[in-house]
Structure formats: C-alpha cells, structure tokens
Design a protein around this ligand. Structure first.
Ligand SMILES: Nc1ncnc2c1ncn2[C@@H]1O[C@H](COP(=O)(O)OP(=O)(O)OP(=O)(O)O)[C@@H](O)[C@H]1O
Length: 426
C-alpha cells in the first residue's frame, strides 16, 4: 500500500515537474535569478535589442550555490548590489500552492512515517530563508545560501590571534579578522540594539587580553559613560571622556602624543612604528561619534589622526548610531576605508557608511553585520558576555585618576600579573 502511494506520488511529481519546467514559474534558483532580472526590467538596449544577464556558470559552495553571470555592457553592478533585497525576496518567494520539488521525494524513507516526513520537508521549506551575497569582479557572482548564518557565535579564547588581529565575525566559512597593523582604523555603525556597543566592548577586551603591555586607549564614551565606564580604571586606559568638550581635549592630547612618536621614529631614520620596532599601539575609540560631528575641529582632529596615525600606531575606531553625511564625513571615510555596519534603518544610512545599500536589509538579528574591506561580507560578530568582559579586565584595574599614574602602570612589567584566562594563540 505504502509502495503504491509512493510510486503514484513520484509519477505525479515527475509529470508536474516537467510541466512547471516548461510553462510554469522558475523552479530552480538559477532560473529564478534570470527571471527576476527580466521581470525587474534590469536590461539594457544594444543594437535595438533588449539584453540582460547571461548565466555563465554555477558551482556548489559550502552551504549553497554560486551563480556566475555576465553583465551586458552598460549595466551597472552597483545598481544590482543595491537591490540585493529584490533578488533575495524573489528567491524566497512562495506561491500559494505548496512548493514541493519532486526531487525531495528521494529523501523520503518509504515506511509508515512517509507522510510525516513529507509534511516536515514542506514545513522546513516554509520557514527556511535563503540569504544571498553579491560581488562583482568582472562577472556578477551571486551566492545563494540554503541556510541562514548562525544567530549567535560565542566569543572563545581560541579566537585570539597574534599581533593586532581582532575578530570581526563569522562569514559561514571562517572567522574573519581586522588586522589593525595592516588596515589601521575602523568605522562602526548600527541602529541601537543590534550589537555595535557590544562589539566595541569585545574589541577593547580582546586587545587587552592579547597585548596587555603594549595596548593603550583613549576612550570617548558620549553615551554618558554608559558603555566604557567598566574600562575607565584599567591601566591601559590613558584618557577617558564622556562629554563632547572633554572629547576635544582628548583628541588634542592624542594628536600631541602622536606627533611625539612620529618625531621619535623619523629622527632615527624610520618611516613607521613597525620598522622602528616600536611595540606600543594606541586606540582612540569613540562611541556615539554623531555627538562630536557638529564640531568641525573634532572631526578635523580625528581625520588627521586617521591619516597620520597609521605610521605612528594610533588607530581610531569611530562608532555611530546615526550615519549621516555629517556624522560620517567624506574626509573621514577617505582616511578610514574599512567599515563594520550592523542593521541600519535606511538605504541612505547604509550608503553613508558603506557607499552602498545593504545594511538596511540585514536580518534583524543582533550581531549580524556587513564588514567592508574593499568588498563586503555578511558576518555574525562574536558575542562576549558582560560576565566574560568583567573576568578578563578585572586583573588590569588600577588606581583610577591621573594620567601619569596610568602611564606609570603601563610601563610596569606584566610578569607578576596572572592572565585572566589562559588562551592558546594561533
Ligand atoms: N554579537 C552578538 N550576538 C548575539 N547577541 C548580541 C550580539 N551583540 C549584541 N547582542 C545582543 O543585543 C543587545 C544589544 O546590543 P548592544 O547594546 O551592543 O546594541 P547597540 O547597537 O550598541 O545599542 P546602543 O547603540 O543603544 O548601545 C545585547 O544586550 C545583546 O543581548
């Protein structure tokens, strides 16, 4: 009986499949992509004919399929990348009828649970949402993933690396890192509640664990100290400000320090701290940069630190909830090309940070972000709990207050201190 039901369903499935293939809606993602291009009017005119993309190749990748398409002359890849959501929605579109690919029957074990298994396949298909990534390297590459990225990646000691490499996020294949000694600074943006501040906390803590003797910070927390308060008494924190007026003083002091380091290695005939063998690095971390954006002198200082700081080992990390053309000015972007953007509320906000749309279409998952280092990648940033942060920074708390005390402590050796957690560096 079960066998009879099974064979009838397979026959019906095969017949239905052949019909849909020729007449009905597109049934596989490659066909759907081409159909979306045609239906959305993504075409150009050439010799009096309408031309659209041509599918050149497809290949299996981890967790999905990559489609490689050739664009006709005159079609802009940026416009397509900006409309990524149209492609993603098209690939996730469900018709009213139950979508069932006859090939799914091959997974079914034909016993008394067969109907239950079929129901499960249909339900799984209903709730699964495909995610895509688009790139252009002369060909348009559309990667379609069958499963979404993990919703949480917990921070663990094995994420630590040598040097100044800090984890950015998991991109489905691996954890990707921002190497501050190569890429220097970073702009971080994101609507409240999606992980921007948590990321900054993780970044500070990771740097302290990795380089307790060599790292120092100027922390500017314009959320009235709500975020960086827990770090202010650490010996690595050289300066700390919570008001825009203090922020300017901090930036001026950083500029002075930077000049001294500069003059020091230049006078010895070196062109940067790496060549000079100087191990110290200073991070200027600003949470809610929009609050100083109205003060042009602060923006000018920050832009100069972004430009000259590379050679001197002074690396700014500038974060904002409101990425407008004022809070992320063009000069700053020119000097800080690498960006990390969590969910944003509009394509305009996304363009202000990434120079392209996309962050407004990220799923509303805390920690989900786009990292742009030349090309954009969607990542899930590592989650470090407040408890983990407390444990890791506790051994570094020192007498609070004056800068000279902090500096003195910075110069002391670390040998007598126990590391908060033992981690293996890779
Ligand atoms: N990487 C992450 N993975 C999983 N959950 C996260 C992650 N980052 C943050 N969260 C969760 O989201 C909440 C909000 O994060 P966070 O405070 O960093 O947001 P925010 O964008 O900085 O907001 P605000 O700008 O108001 O500070 C956190 O309390 C945490 O529960």
């Amino acid at each position: 009986m079960i066998v009879e039901i099974g064979s009838t369903m397979i026959m019906a499935g095969v017949a239905g499949y052949s019909y849909l293939k020729t007449k009905g809606p597109a049934t596989n993602d490659g066909e759907k992509i081409q159909r979306i291009f045609a239906n959305s009017g993504w075409t150009v005119q050439e010799d009096g004919k309408m031309k659209t993309v041509r599918m050149r190749r497809k290949r299996k990748i981890e967790g999905g399929t990559e489609y490689v398409l050739q664009l006709p002359l005159g079609m802009s890849s940026k416009e397509i990348i900006d409309k990524q959501n149209v492609l993603e929605d098209g690939l996730n579109r469900r018709s009213k009828y139950i979508e069932f690919d006859p090939r799914d029957l091959l997974q079914v074990k034909w016993d008394k649970t067969a109907l239950k298994q079929i129901r499960k396949i249909v339900t799984d298909k209903k709730i699964a949402r495909k995610e895509i990534e688009i790139d252009f390297d002369g060909m348009l590459r559309i990667r379609v993933y069958n499963q979404p990225l993990a919703k949480q990646i917990d921070w663990k000691g094995d994420l630590l690396r040598n040097g100044w490499k800090v984890p950015i996020g998991f991109n489905r294949k691996e954890m990707i890192y921002h190497d501050f000694d190569k890429l220097y600074s970073l702009i971080v943006a994101g609507t409240p509640g999606y992980g921007k501040s948590q990321y900054l906390n993780m970044l500070i803590t990771t740097l302290i664990i990795m380089q307790p003797q060599n790292v120092s910070f100027s922390l500017i927390d314009l959320k009235e100290g709500a975020e960086f308060n827990k770090f202010k008494d650490l010996k690595q924190v050289k300066r700390y400000a919570t008001e825009p007026e203090e922020a300017k003083n901090v930036l001026e002091a950083v500029q002075e320090d930077m000049k001294k380091v500069y003059q020091d290695f230049i006078s010895k005939g070196y062109s940067n701290v790496k060549e000079a063998g100087i191990k110290k690095r200073h991070f200027i971390i600003i949470d809610e940069g929009a609050d100083i954006a109205g003060d042009q002198s602060c923006i000018d200082l920050l832009t100069e630190i972004g430009r000259k700081g590379r050679a001197a080992g002074f690396y700014p990390v500038y974060a904002t909830q409101y990425p407008t053309s004022r809070s992320v000015p063009i000069d700053m972007k020119r000097n800080i090309p690498t960006r990390l953007t969590f969910v944003l509320d509009s394509g305009t906000a996304s363009s202000n940070v990434l120079d392209q749309a996309g962050a407004e279409d990220l799923p509303m998952i805390p920690g989900r972000a786009i990292y742009k280092n030349v090309r954009c990648q969607t990542v899930q940033t590592p989650y470090m709990s407040d408890e983990q942060i407390k444990v890791c920074v506790k051994p570094h708390i020192t007498i609070k207050g004056k800068d000279d005390q902090r500096e003195q402590h910075l110069d002391k050796t670390e040998s007598s201190r126990k590391r908060p957690l033992e981690f293996e560096k890779v």
